[in-house]
Design a protein around this ligand. Structure first.
Ligand code: NAD
Ligand code: DAU
Length: 353
């Protein structure tokens, strides 16, 4: 079986849903259910015989050691993290605690467990570290995209904490021989993303008739990948990736933030038109820029594409349309996560909920 950490979050839950739909191998989800974790993301598999859930912290060494000894997974797919850049500049400590210290504790437990396995199983064991393209820093407009050899230059407390975790993962491979693989993915989008991130935030605010906050000039560039494509890439890495290697994963869809926001608005105009011919884009509002805002990320995916045969399948325009439609069709999901603490964050970040 697999041990997945952070499976109640946006990408972890998509991975679990895809895994259980495509494989008969069982899976154990260890999640602390922070503000970003939502067990309802997995309601559709709650009674699936292959799905098991444990509420707990990756930093709880005794718990993790017990789970590994009891369930004897052949791999760990490590998603659990604090993942929001704006929250990391408002409160960095939780990011170091979860992303660096939590990953260190998980590595220690994984290493002790892997060392206890018979030689063949130990060699086949994998620790997949789900990292980010943000560890490479920011690109200028004409720069070539990030390859796996790009130097680390993290600029936010979030990316610095993910870089710290990556270095630990690398060290556990080199020092202790743990069969680790790190992946560096670009911006994901799709269903069940917590509405503090750009795309679901804009959908939520647009439907509420509120200003759509675009940081600075809105000409920052991100590369967008549908979450299901990311999960398929992780499956390929798990099956065919080489221990000690790193793989960049991207969507071949570089867009400015303003283009993304306008795409959401145009899709809403079509699917949920406003009365009187008004357009959602009229709600766009340029606000104070993010502190230390990275200008551009872009991914060179030639390694994963040529070595593991993976490439993205979902075209950005179709994926965005499906995503907007999902949020329109699932108002109860949005209602369930936009609680008091969510509104508190909006007030802290934007001055209004
Ligand atoms: P998310 O914030 O939606 O979910 C994180 C999950 O981790 C939540 O379910 C939360 O409850 C859980 N968690 C947090 N601390 C924990 C702890 N100490 N123990 C156990 N569980 C804990 O994040 P996401 O967007 O799904 O991202 C998942 C991973 O992918 C992260 O490592 C992130 O850095 C990485 N990543 C995300 C993106 C993206 O665009 N969202 C892109 C590249 C990489
Ligand atoms: O690149 C991968 C990373 O993508 C992941 O590692 C992170 O976990 C994930 O959160 C995401 O980080 P970003 O900072 O790029 O995502 P976010 O949705 O927060 O912002 C996307 C862009 O939109 C970014 O340039 C900031 C901008 N933005 C964001 C918000 C929330 C706005 O202009 N207005 C906003 O209100």
């Amino acid at each position: 079986m697999l041990l997945v950490t952070g499976g109640c979050g946006f990408i972890g839950s998509a991975f679990i849903l895809q895994w259980l739909a495509q494989s008969s191998e069982p899976l154990l989800n260890l999640d602390l259910i922070t503000y970003a974790g939502n067990p309802h993301n997995l309601d559709s598999v709650a009674t699936h015989p292959g799905y098991h859930f444990v509420h707990g912290d990756i930093g709880d060494s005794a718990l993790v050691a017990g789970l590994l000894a009891q369930h004897r997974p052949r791999a760990i797919v490590h998603f659990a993290a604090e993942s929001h850049v704006d929250r990391s500049s408002a409160g960095p400590l939780a990011f170091v605690q979860t992303n660096v210290v939590g990953t260190l504790k998980l590595l220690e437990a994984a290493c002790a467990y892997q060392g206890s396995l018979p030689a063949q199983q130990a060699a086949a064991f994998r620790f997949i570290n789900v990292s980010t393209d943000e560890v490479y820093g920011s690109l200028e407009p004409g720069d070539p995209p990030f390859t796996e050899l790009h130097r680390y230059q993290p600029n936010s407390p979030y990316s610095a904490s993910k870089a710290g975790a990556d270095h630990l993962v690398r060290a556990w491979h080199h020092t202790y021989g743990l069969p680790t693989i790190s992946t560096h993915c670009s911006n994901n989008y799709g269903p069940r993303q917590f509405p503090e991130k750009l795309i679901p935030l804009v959908i939520h605010k647009a439907l509420g008739g509120l200003p759509l906050p675009v940081y600075g000039d809105g000409l920052q560039v991100r590369d967008w990948l549908h979450v299901d494509d990311h999960c398929a890439a992780l499956r390929a890495v798990l099956e065919k990736g080489q221990p000690g290697q790193t793989y960049n994963i991207g969507g071949r869809s570089e867009r400015t933030n303003l283009t993304v926001v306008r795409t959401v608005c145009a899709t809403l105009d079509e699917l949920r038109p406003l009365p009187g011919g008004r357009k959602y884009a009229e709600q766009i509002s340029h606000v104070t820029d993010r502190k230390g805002h990275d200008r551009r990320y872009a991914i060179d995916d030639r390694k994963i594409s040529s070595e593991l045969g993976w490439s993205p399948r979902v075209a950005f325009e179709q994926g965005m349309r499906d995503t907007v439609a999902w949020y329109l069709d699932n108002p109860q999901w949005v209602q369930g996560v936009t609680t008091g603490s969510y509104r508190q964050w909006l007030t802290q970040q934007y001055g209004t909920a």
